[in-house]
Design a protein around this ligand. Structure first.
Ligand SMILES: C[S@@+](CC[C@H](N)C(=O)[O-])C[C@H]1O[C@@H](n2cnc3c(N)ncnc32)[C@H](O)[C@@H]1O
Length: 277
């Protein structure tokens, strides 16, 4: 990816997540926050650790880390996310920063984690190298990334609805700037190679599979539209009629997932971890 494409994509992300910051917690944040404990476990975070939470969003992982007695700093490229994190957790420290260019000293953290950010970085190798740079020797890193839509059904069901509505998923036509492959790290070997390529040792990649209860198709739709950037930008770029067709299709697509009075939707992610020598 060229430097100018990367800069455009980061601007798109920073603006997009700022716009979504107020609604993110309605569904997406409810799902991502469930991966916070497994992520902190993978990085071995414990009482007294100085922890960097890369792309903190509303601060879920930082909050859980503090509950363990760690001392977190949350950074995020989106000013709106940092504002929400500060409002939710005035006792914690947050700052606006780019994961690929951390304005932080070498060796200043005992652990570095990033919940669902690695798939948003134009140069994930740079992001992991930066995480390793600010880590002390012997410290641990952990990142999470979604599995593909056939295992991460929130995205999968929306994708199915787009297909049933007979809409071609052309991001470029929808004005979405070129960006990184959102599912590159659904592949365990890719994720392992990313961490090993930075010189980390004891690298492990473990899938974590959960079931998310969602009230109905409308909650799923609103959660997706208010809690994703690239995905919702594609749907928003459609005409009112096409968007309504996709929304209608979602009612049928979710049918097999009803369990009593709510939908039970499988969600899954890889968590990759490693140690700095
Ligand atoms: C899917 S959200 C995850 C937020 C949070 N970690 C969570 O667990 O819900 C992705 C986050 O990555 C942030 N982000 C995207 N690109 C970034 C970058 N280059 N540097 C720092 N944060 C970035 C976005 O602003 C957004 O808050």
């Amino acid at each position: 990816m060229s430097e100018s494409d990367a800069a455009n994509f980061k601007l798109f992300e920073a603006q997009g997540w700022t716009a979504q910051a107020g609604t993110y917690g309605e569904l997406t944040g409810q799902v991502t926050s469930r991966f916070a404990e497994p992520l902190l476990d993978a990085a071995g975070v414990r009482h007294g650790d100085r922890l960097l939470d890369v792309a903190t969003g509303p601060g879920y992982v930082a909050e859980r880390a503090e509950a363990r007695g760690a001392v977190p700093l949350g950074i995020d490229i989106a000013e709106g996310m940092v504002a929400v994190a500060r409002r939710n957790h005035p006792e914690l420290e947050f700052m606006v920063a780019d994961a690929e260019e951390l304005p932080l000293e070498d060796g200043s953290f005992d652990a570095v984690v990033g919940n669902f950010v690695i798939n948003h970085l134009p140069a994930p190798e740079r992001g992991v190298a930066e995480a390793a740079r600010v880590l002390v020797g012997g410290g641990h890193i952990a990142f999470s990334a979604w599995l593909r839509p056939d295992r991460m059904l929130i995205m999968g069901l929306i994708g199915d609805a787009i297909e049933v509505a007979d809409v071609e998923e052309d991001g470029q036509a929808a004005g979405i700037p070129p960006g990184p492959d959102g599912y590159r790290f659904a592949d365990q070997a890719e994720f392992r190679g990313l961490l090993e390529g930075t010189g980390l040792v004891e690298v492990a990649v473990e899938p974590v599979v959960l079931v998310q209860r969602i009230a109905d198709a409308e909650e799923l739709w609103r959660g997706f539209m208010g809690g994703s950037v690239r995905g919702s930008a594609f749907v928003r770029a459609q005409s009112d009629a096409v968007r309504a067709r996709i929304r209608d299709a979602l009612d049928a697509v979710v049918e097999p997932y009803w369990a009593g009075d709510a939908l039970e939707v499988p969600v899954a992610a890889n968590i990759a971890s490693g140690r700095k020598v």
